[in-house]
Design a binder for this molecule. Sequence first.
Ligand code: F6R
Length: 257
Amino acid sequence: MDIVIEEDGIKRAKIAADVVERAIAGKDHPAIGIATGSSPLPLYDELVRRYEAGKLSFANVTGFTLDEYVGLPPGHPEGYRIFIEKNLTNRVDFKPENLYSPDGNAEDILAMCAEYDAKIASHGGVDVQVLGIGSDGHIAFNEPGGSLVSRTHPEALTEATRKDNSRFFDYDISKVPTHCVTQGLGTIMSSHTAIMMVTGENKAKAVRDLIEGPVSARCPGSILQHHPDITVVLDEAAASLLEIRDFYVYRWQTRIS
Ligand code: F6R
């Protein structure tokens, strides 16, 4: 795990965009796993900047979104596919037919999940997976206590997650869906490269459990300690509970690459 602690938000976005750019460079049909939430927005803005500057093209890129609420009416502004279109794919030369997302309104949710995993596998996997982490340690919508090797599946949302996400639903938790469909931890772990962005003190405990805790279903993100190529980009507040923060800074500053 590469751990980067950086106070400057523009630098954080550039470091994350470098990871994405490197992972898709030189590939004929690369695939990006795309997260929603506020954490990766600076990264998406930086990718758009590079596209506008003519340095990056998404014309041959396939996208797989991480998750989706169950039961939101089609076209709902908080639907995750719409979020990804608005914040990334519609802003660059991404072809709409190359964007795949789990269907939270599928009649047969389990069959849809199996097809989604098969689609990712038939593409040869995800080259670079963008991630955030919830305050309860979830990645995608894999909540505590689930299988560490799960594939795409339906999931119940914890009250903590629904409370966190109520900011997108007029701060009214009753409007936040109770269930979702999500790529599983096994699906995410199959990605070749991963980049996670985390900011803010409310994530500090989840970040400590992610990086320094035991690998445990109590903090689903901790499975990423087994990921062969993941970079976690933090601000100081998110890193504030790390026991050996100074070593991580030293290791990043003196890395041999
Ligand atoms: C992303 C996702 C979640 C978020 C997490 C953090 O598709 O499903 O795992 O990454 O909830 O959300 P933010 O970034 O809004 O704090």
